[in-house]
Design a protein around this ligand. Structure first.
Ligand SMILES: Cc1cc2nc3c(=O)[nH]c(=O)nc-3n(C[C@H](O)[C@H](O)[C@H](O)COP(=O)(O)O)c2cc1C
Length: 217
């Protein structure tokens, strides 16, 4: 499927057919594609929690807004994109990512040092943009996941409609994420209910006039 076909095929699913599981093989296909997503300074600061277990899904569904609860329960899998704020991620693995990158860079030692100083200086200053890094990186993984699932024939639902603090508490209590990390976005995937009126309506792709959405200079 081309990118054009993928983006035309995807739309938000409001209702899934329940009791449809996703195989290990399909999950691996999605996760392997998403693994290659880019991240700012290659920080790789997004953890993806995939919830396929029905009991756990039902429990976690209670931490979503009412309009998303059934959707989460009936989905084949729920993906939670957990971001690690910049400072925490730098402490975790900033150095090892930097060293790993340098290993493959065939440049003289003096240039290497200069580059290192530049990077450390950039990271040393907690600018406004670094506050956003983990959110942006998670959103990119999220987009890749949505399209990878579409390619396999799954419908999907992006979801911000969650009780974020409650959900984070649940996940920390279950040791599924660490204190300080944040749930940035959720995505359910599953088999769309074919006759559902809201699914059909969603397929109309309501958008502002195309020409109003960009400017080319
Ligand atoms: C970040 C984000 C959060 C969203 N949150 C929800 C949600 O909580 N529940 C829901 O049913 N749809 C949610 N949506 C779906 C949007 O309403 C939908 O993408 C939009 O109406 C465009 O329709 P389409 O996805 O079918 O093209 C969300 C979409 C995005 C991108």
């Amino acid at each position: 499927m081309t990118f054009k076909e993928l983006s035309e095929k995807r739309h938000t699913i409001k209702t899934y057919l329940p009791n449809n599981t996703i195989s290990d093989e399909e999950l691996q296909k999605i996760l392997a594609a998403v693994y290659l997503a880019p991240s700012s300074n290659n920080l790789q600061d997004t953890n993806i929690l995939v919830i396929r277990d029905q009991k756990l899904k039902e429990e976690i569904a209670n931490d979503f807004e009412g309009f998303n609860t059934q959707n989460v329960k009936d989905a084949s899998a729920l993906f939670l994109f957990v971001g690690t704020p910049f400072k925490m991620q730098m402490l975790n693995n900033g150095q090892s990512i930097y060293d790993g990158t340098m290993k493959f860079l065939d440049i003289p030692e003096a240039d290497r040092q200069k580059m290192k100083e530049g990077v450390l200086q950039y990271y040393g200053v907690m600018s406004d943009s670094t506050d956003l890094v983990h959110i942006i990186n998670a959103a990119i993984k999220f987009s890749f996941t949505m399209l990878a699932a579409t390619e396999l024939g799954y419908g999907s639902t992006p979801m911000l409609g969650m009780q974020k603090c409650k959900l984070e508490k649940t996940l920390i209590n279950k040791a599924m994420m660490k204190q300080g990390q944040q749930v940035i976005l959720a995505l359910s995937i599953g088999v769309p209910a074919p006759d559902d009126a809201r699914n059909k309506a969603q397929a109309n792709r309501i958008r502002l006039p195309f020409e109003e959405t960009y400017k080319i200079y």
